[in-house]
Design a protein around this ligand. Structure first.
Ligand code: URC
Length: 328
């Protein structure tokens, strides 16, 4: 067996953990309302992101091979570039900012031929405050949340005289959902390696990363087109589908979440999932004054699934459903 080294080398550099906190960004409005979610928009009084940027360009070769820094934009300057552009950003979405800042890098520095920028949004949640006239959401104080967060990634490349989006992705990261009952797992292969009992009703704790891509990339960038999908809406779809279905497995559950995403949002071209099974270990099945159980954190290892879907999966699901209903 021989290994043939690739013709093209890997070469990039950049900055990670560029924390950007912008106050009074443009509010996000006019999103499509879906039955699964109460999300109507976001005030963006605080707009926070943790950004990672990497740049590439053949001209950087001598910085690696000869220690020639003459074309190197210091990663410290990249951090400043991103922060200053946050002041000029007029849009309402992370995707829009990543595209704007990446394009600006390529417009400013000809030695860069490609920019990859990704971000996790820092979620600031509304918090209620009260006085004698009632309880309302504060427009000044926000809660820094450590729950799930929106994410986005863009790759822009220079081609001749134009700058194009080569890759794009939106997402919701680190969503953690636990359903106390109404999930099963049975019918799997039983052989000499099997010790796991079948369960008809298990508590199910999942970690989820969900990603999606738009058919028209403009829909991710330009919030005025009314086709922007917020990560909160996707989170709410995931929770609704989990709530409604007695799932036979995580594999089946994420498929159903994907179908619901594609049904709700015709602007989606592709959705994908990375899931973990983090189901607690049951210590006491039924407490003495039932119902109720006692659980603890699971021991490693953990299981995981990966799955991607396109509009063809929705078409196939609809065809199946029609066949089962005897209409075809
Ligand atoms: O939803 C599940 N899928 C699996 O593939 C699996 N395997 C396992 O041990 N538990 C589970 N649960």
């Amino acid at each position: 067996m021989t290994y043939e080294a690739p013709k093209e080398r890997t070469m990039y550099y950049g900055k990670g953990d560029v924390w950007v906190f912008r106050s009074y960004a443009k509010p996000l409005t006019g999103v499509k309302v879906i039955p699964e979610s109460s999300f109507r928009g976001r005030g963006n009084v605080l707009f926070g992101m943790n950004i990672k940027v990497a740049v590439k360009g053949e001209q950087f070769i001598t910085s690696f091979t000869e220690g020639d820094n003459s074309l190197i934009v210091a990663t410290d300057s990249m951090k400043n570039f991103i922060l200053r552009h946050a002041a000029d950003y007029t849009g309402a979405t992370v995707e829009g900012f990543l595209e704007y800042a990446s394009r600006s890098f390529l417009e400013t520095y000809p030695q860069m031929t490609g920019v990859r920028m990704s971000a996790e949004q820092v979620p600031f949640e509304e918090i209620e405050v009260g006085n004698t006239s009632g309880i309302t959401a504060s427009d000044l104080v926000f809660k820094y949340s450590h729950n799930e967060s929106a994410s986005a990634a863009f790759v822009l490349e220079r081609e001749e005289d134009s700058i194009n989006v080569a890759e794009h992705q939106s997402g919701v990261m680190n969503l953690r959902l636990i359903k106390v009952k109404g999930s099963s797992f049975s019918g799997f292969v039983r052989d000499e390696y099997t010790t796991l009992p079948e369960t008809s009703d298990r508590p199910l704790f999942i970690f989820l990363n969900i990603h999606w891509k738009y058919t028209e990339i403009e829909d991710a960038l330009d919030d005025t087109r009314g086709n922007y999908i917020d990560a909160e809406q996707i989170r709410d779809i995931a929770a609704t589908v989990f709530h409604e279905n007695n799932s036979p497995s995580i594999q089946s559950l994420i498929y159903l979440i994907g179908i619901r995403m594609l049904q709700n949002f015709s602007q989606l071209a592709e959705v994908s999932f990375e899931s973990n099974n983090r189901t607690w270990e049951t210590i006491v099945e039924t407490v003495s004054e039932g119902p109720g159980s006692v659980f603890t954190e699971p021991r490693p290892p953990y299981g995981f699934q990966g799955f991607s879907m396109t509009r063809e999966d929705l078409t196939a699901a609809q065809r199946n459903e029609a066949q089962q209903a005897g209409r075809v």
